[in-house]
Design a protein around this ligand. Structure first.
Ligand code: HEM
Ligand SMILES: [Ca+2]
Ligand SMILES: [Ca+2]
Length: 304
């Protein structure tokens, strides 16, 4: 059972320590923000929110982070957790008392706030997981080609509603994507339509210019073409204009079942922020480990 004041007697300053590290890292590199937010999502959807995604591969084990779906996770997300853990462990009373999973949950809240998003209370008390394999990731993460039913059913497996899914997709108001993740929409989309007809025509041409057919695979572009560095509801306004980058983004507007919520949040920022807080709090409860199912890792990247 998670609770907000879990560390009140053990490490009362943990929230300030994590926030300080996050703020310093964000000053060094902006990617800290989207990198950490996405890392939390990819952690929670595979074996629950247990920092399993942070484990490094060894000679005997290929870990989650080396599954193809995780190879594009930005290194700065991992680095944020490692640095915050070091700062927490530098305080004697806190040493080896705070889980990497909780540090990631706190850092995620802090990066959302740093980008101008809503603040919220983080529930704490997760333990770190005892396994991490690349194979366990298969089928657990959504693909950018997913339709509404595929998205809804994958989120439902994690106890999240369609509304939660639409709210969490709003995380694509920040951050970057590599060209190969959406190239199917701008080149040879279908025999009838070389370009995905749900894509805004001007935006499609811009995407083709930023991502030519022979583009360097390391090139990444902003997912929110309007306010790429701000956590806001412009993501939903983009969808209304055909500027959702992935099929899984644009479908939230093209499918009549989810469109009313997109329209509501496009015009009502407070309603989106409140739905996002509800949804990310529920995300943080997915598959939480307690008792002998977990422990507190000394090094977030290595099992004890
Ligand atoms: C709804 C289904 C989702 C799909 C299909 C999806 C897919 C993707 C893909 C393909 C990328 C680009 C990765 C790259 O090329 O580097 C991406 C980036 C990102 N996603 Fe998602 N995602 C989904 C939901 C979420 C959720 C729920 C969150 C967090 C709450 C999230 C947060 C992010 C962030 C912040 C980035 C930018 C990462 C960076 O700049 O380093 N996504 N997502
Ligand atoms: Ca996990
Ligand atoms: Ca934005």
């Amino acid at each position: 059972q998670l609770k907000p004041n879990y560390y009140a007697n053990i490490c009362p300053n943990v929230e300030n320590i994590v926030r300080g590290v996050v703020q310093q890292k964000v000053r060094q590199t902006f990617v800290t923000i989207p990198g950490t937010l996405r890392l939390f999502f990819h952690d929670c959807f595979v074996q629950g929110c247990d920092a399993s995604v942070i484990i490094a591969s060894t000679a005997n084990n290929t870990a989650e982070k080396d599954n193809p779906d995780n190879l594009s996770l930005a290194g700065d997300g991992f680095d944020t957790v490692i640095k915050a853990k070091a700062a927490v462990d530098a305080v004697p009373s806190c040493q080896n008392k705070v889980s990497c999973a909780d540090i990631l949950a706190l850092a995620t809240r802090d990066v959302v706030v740093q980008a101008g998003g809503p603040s919220y209370t983080v529930e704490l008390g997760r333990l770190d997981g005892l396994s991490s394999t690349a194979a366990s990731v298969n089928g657990k993460l959504p693909q950018p080609t997913f339709n509404l039913d595929q998205l809804t059913s994958l989120f439902a497996k994690n106890g999240l509603t369609r509304t939660d899914m639409i709210a969490l997709s709003g995380a694509h108001t920040l951050g970057f994507s590599h060209c190969n993740k959406f190239s199917n929409r701008i080149y040879n989309f279908s025999p009838k339509n070389p370009v995905d007809p749900t894509l805004n025509k001007t935006y499609a041409i811009q995407l083709q210019q930023m991502c030519p057919k022979d583009v360097d695979p390391r090139i990444a572009i902003n997912m929110d073409p309007t306010t790429p560095n701000t956590f806001d509801n412009v993501y939903y306004q983009n969808l209304q204009q055909g500027k959702g980058l992935f099929t899984s983004d644009e479908v939230l507007f093209t499918d009549r079942r989810s469109r009313p919520i997109v329209n509501l949040w496009a015009s009502n920022s407070a309603a989106f922020r409140s739905a996002f807080v509800t949804a990310i709090t529920k995300l943080g409860r997915v598959g939480v480990k307690t008792g002998s199912n977990g422990n507190i890792r000394r090094n977030c990247a290595v099992f004890n």
